[in-house]
Design a protein around this ligand. Structure first.
Ligand SMILES: NC(=O)c1ccc[n+]([C@@H]2O[C@H](COP(=O)([O-])OP(=O)(O)OC[C@H]3O[C@@H](n4cnc5c(N)ncnc54)[C@H](OP(=O)(O)O)[C@@H]3O)[C@@H](O)[C@H]2O)c1
Length: 323
């Protein structure tokens, strides 16, 4: 018997229960993994609360790293003892799990299990947002909300490396310091300051080329006001609730704007795309071009405390759960 966190019914963090589980043996094309580190993500909150549908009971978690313990029939891309990381499954809040072998990335020696568990979902997201959703170019200016968060700290460093001017919103002066040390040229304390006004001031009234908005309902409309004419709004999360589709006339009135609502899993939907994207990300992290901040760690059985911290805006960078 092993242990896992189970969402017994949708709700607050109190529905996260520590339970005994029998993992079973891997089927054809699958492997059994002993988990060593688990990445915490806001999407775990959406599934727990029921904002994103999933039948209960279920084991939450989409990101993690571990060691291969057993191979199912026909698995050739990994071997017993390999260190791997993953983000394309549901159920990583567990001491052991069964996973499809096609969506496992072997971790290079220069990337620890904890860093691996922190970058699969968050780092691959930063990569596709900046390179695939909107191929950001040197000299452009972006606004990135929650710049000191898990995705934010990685994305702001990456955007700076591309040569963009990076404006980041943050919830506290401490987060502003961290965001500045991780690629932000300018930070805005959006709990106290009008971020539209500040963006206008910083860009000389022009607006930014792209806004990356994961805050959702509370910031969507103001984020549109930060864009230059024909700018791109990338709405990629719902920390304050989902965004209703606006009257498209608003986009015309505010300057013929583009809006996109991307998801990571549409960019890594085949094993080939997954591996290709992981190779780019691992190269950036192993070479030291992108530094990963693990701001806090919790025991897996304390996952509820980790969810409270994430939802309470009390975390910085990535958060890891240790089984
Ligand atoms: N579409 C995709 O493919 C994709 C993939 C990965 C992540 N995401 C999204 O990206 C966002 C960031 O994910 P993450 O896991 O890295 O989380 P995170 O950024 O570490 O945490 C969320 C941050 O959002 C800010 N926030 C503002 N208002 C908030 C509120 N009412 N409640 C909670 N947080 C609030 C907080 O930062 P401040 O205190 O600085 O405001 C908080 O730290 C999430 O919305 C997630 O869903 C989307």
């Amino acid at each position: 018997m092993t242990h896992a966190i189970e969402v017994t019914e949708h709700g607050g963090s109190d529905v996260l229960a520590w339970v005994e589980k029998s993992v079973g043996t891997p089927g054809p094309g699958q492997v059994r993994i002993k988990s060593t580190a688990i990445g915490l993500n806001f999407i775990d909150v959406y599934f727990r609360s029921g904002l994103y549908p999933n039948e209960t009971p279920f084991i939450p978690g989409k990101e993690g790293a571990g060691v291969i313990m057993e191979l199912g029939e026909g698995v050739t891309n990994v071997a017993v003892g390999d260190r791997v990381a993953y983000c394309s499954l549901m159920g990583t809040y567990a001491e052991e799990l069964i996973a499809d072998s096609g969506f496992l990335a072997k971790l290079p020696d220069g990337i620890s299990d904890e860093v691996g568990a922190s970058i699969m979902l968050k780092g691959l997201t930063a990569h596709y947002l900046l390179h695939l959703t909107y191929p950001l170019k040197k000299g452009e200016t972006i606004l990135f909300h929650a710049a000191a968060g898990g995705v934010g700290l990685i994305a702001c460093q990456w955007a700076k490396l591309i040569g963009a001017t990076v404006i980041g919103t943050v919830g506290s002066p401490e987060k502003a310091e961290l965001a500045k040390a991780n690629g932000c040229d300018h930070t805005i304390l959006y709990r106290d300051e009008d971020f539209v006004e500040k963006v206008k001031e910083i860009t000389g009234g022009k607006g930014v080329d792209v806004v990356y908005d994961s805050i959702g309902k509370d910031t969507f409309n103001q984020s549109l006001d930060c864009l230059k004419k024909r700018g791109m709004m990338v709405s990629f999360g719902n920390a304050t609730g989902p965004v209703a589709v606006p009257n498209l006339g608003i986009l015309a009135a505010k300057g013929a704007l583009y809006v996109c609502r991307p998801t990571l899993f549409t960019y890594i939907d085949t094993p080939e795309a997954f591996v290709e994207n992981c190779d780019v990300l691992f190269g950036m992290v192993e070479s030291g071009k992108i530094d990963i901040t693990i701001g806090q760690k919790f025991a897996l059985k304390d996952a509820a405390k980790a969810h409270d911290a994430l939802e309470g805006r009390a975390t910085i960078g990535s958060t890891v759960l240790i089984p």
